[in-house]
Design a protein around this ligand. Structure first.
Ligand code: NAD
Length: 479
């Protein structure tokens, strides 16, 4: 397989001379190159989106709904191809890229297509007879900038509402994972999305496609998902042109297990929260706090099951954990583990794995459990973005809430308990945009999604996406 990944501008696939290599994380093998969009392609993409906005913003919602539903159908139809491509892009095991994953990606488009077509409006009659009502207008050209860890989910999560509410879009996928966005463009074309409504530009961040897009005066709004520090850079670069921003940033979720939780379930949930997507997951729960009376028992059961997690060939349906995204990312994760050990923490796993055959050059690491780390230590404060879970015992509810809230992040958390009252009380006290009780990563597209503190700005999902992707206009009528 030797892909040459083009840009998609004004309904055409556009190759450029500046190329960068793409590698399969499981073998290190080069699987293709992507064409970097320079200033000319970025400008053409934004202009195409602006031109298409004239028509698309006025297209009837029911027509937009029809074409976007065809777009969702096209994604589903090519589900297997998307699943495999995402494994080659990210290294995520194929078992996690199956039908549910693809259906969720398609649902991101379909949900907002239907939602936008069925929207009503607010009305505020006044005592003196005046009537206020609110209209929603699309904003304009949306720049959608996405990370590498769950590309297809995040790209469709942004594209769905942006297009359904009548905006046009320029998507910049992460430089490490451009394969899915290319195929999304093919689906869009197949579905009959008018040219210029959806464009894809490839490249890096600073000094490349990302920054060019952020600074372009023809872009009206930016929906960005990625690291907190990148969010800071983007915010500064977008300031001179006063763009509307929505940020979904880093996380360092707490997973709190009370002594009255169902132990087997708590272990199973904690494995998913810690190691789904090799821990390269913003919503994961890498800080595990377990109430003292069950601490030893829980740790024994958790360690045993982590020991059974099969790490290896992502194309093998039995594999539970694939490689780290890139060699430099593997080094970064190993660095965290080494420094935690040097500070006196006990670590099991967290070792570079050399697998047989072609996987020998893959970026594999064994899942790590870290105990004895201080809550202020780097390993408990920084986003490691790998299969590394710290486990610590706690005594009281107050203590664990303080620890859970004691980072700069506030994206998500997990609370596991058999006490209904406690579940509600602790969940409400946590500074996290989403709290799951006795489960992990259950998503409803209607609810607000986003982070508190430095995990983000704004919320998306259902009405919250409507807020971001539209301009509200009040019309006041004398009657
Ligand atoms: P990243 O911030 O390095 O890159 C994300 C995207 O931004 C990429 O497309 C990149 O090219 C682009 N970019 C980088 N610098 C830029 C600049 N100066 N201007 C414009 N664009 C720029 O993040 P990553 O390493 O790809 O992804 C991992 C991060 O994403 C983690 O911090 C993770 O927590 C976060 N994340 C958050 C969520 C969420 O929903 N909150 C979801 C997934 C990932």
């Amino acid at each position: 397989m030797e892909h040459v990944v083009p840009n998609y501008v004004a309904g055409e696939f556009v190759e450029t001379g500046s190329r960068f290599p793409l590698h399969y994380p499981a073998t290190g093998e080069q699987i293709g190159t992507a064409c970097e969009a320079g200033p000319e392609e970025i400008d053409r993409a934004v202009r195409a989106a602006r031109a298409a906005f004239q028509e698309w913003s006025r297209t009837r919602p029911s027509e937009r709904r029809a074409v976007l539903n065809r777009f969702a159908d096209a994604i589903l139809k090519r589900g297997e191809e998307f699943g495999r491509l995402e494994t080659f892009d990210v290294g995520r095991p194929i078992r996690d890229n199956g039908r549910p994953y693809i259906e969720r990606a398609a649902a991101n488009i379909r949900f907002f297509a239907d939602f936008a077509a069925m929207l009503g409006s607010e009305c505020y009659p006044m005592e003196n007879g005046y009537l206020n009502y609110v209209l929603r207008h699309p904003v304009g050209v949306a720049a959608l900038i996405t990370p590498w860890n769950v590309p297809l989910l995040l790209e469709t999560w942004k594209l769905g509402p942006a297009l359904a509410f009548g905006n046009t879009a320029v998507l910049k996928p992460a430089e490490w994972t451009p394969l899915g966005a290319w195929k999304l463009a093919e689906c869009a074309r197949e579905a009959g999305l008018p040219e210029g409504v959806f464009n894809v530009v490839n490249g890096f961040g600073t000094g490349s496609a990302g920054e060019l897009l952020v600074r372009h005066p023809g872009v009206d709004l930016i929906s960005f998902t990625g690291e907190t520090t990148t969010g800071q850079t983007i915010m500064a670069a977008a300031a001179p042109t006063l763009k509307r921003l929505s940020f979904e940033l880093g996380g360092k979720g707490a997973n709190i297990v009370f002594a009255d939780a169902d132990l087997d379930r708590a272990v199973e949930v904690s494995i998913r929260a810690g190691f789904f997507n090799q821990g390269e997951f913003c919503l994961s729960g890498p800080r595990l706090f377990v109430e003292e009376p069950i601490y030893e028992r829980f740790l024994a059961a958790f360690s045993e099951q982590v020991g059974h997690l099969r790490v290896g060939d992502p194309l093998d349906p039995e594999t539970r954990m694939g490689p780290m995204m890139a060699p430099e990312h593997l080094e970064r994760v190993l660095g965290f583990v080494e420094r935690a050990r040097a500070r006196g923490a006990r670590v099991t796993g967290g070792e570079r794995l050399s697998l047989p055959g072609p996987l020998g050059d893959g970026n594999f690491i064994s899942p790590a459990i870290v105990t004895g780390a201080g809550t202020e230590d780097e390993i408990c404060q920084q986003e490691v973005f790998g299969p590394v879970v710290t486990v610590a015992p706690f005594r009281t509810e107050e203590e664990v809430i303080a620890w859970a809230n004691g980072t700069r992040y506030g994206l998500s958390a997990v609370v596991q308990t058999g006490d209904v009252g406690r579940a509600h009380r602790v969940a409400a006290a946590l500074q996290a945009g989403t709290v799951w009780v006795n489960d992990f990563f259950v998503r409803d597209l209607r609810v607000p999604f986003g982070g508190m503190k430095q995990s983000g700005i704004g919320r998306e999902g259902g009405h919250y996406s409507l807020e971001f992707y539209t301009e509200a206009q009040t019309i006041c009528v004398a009657v």
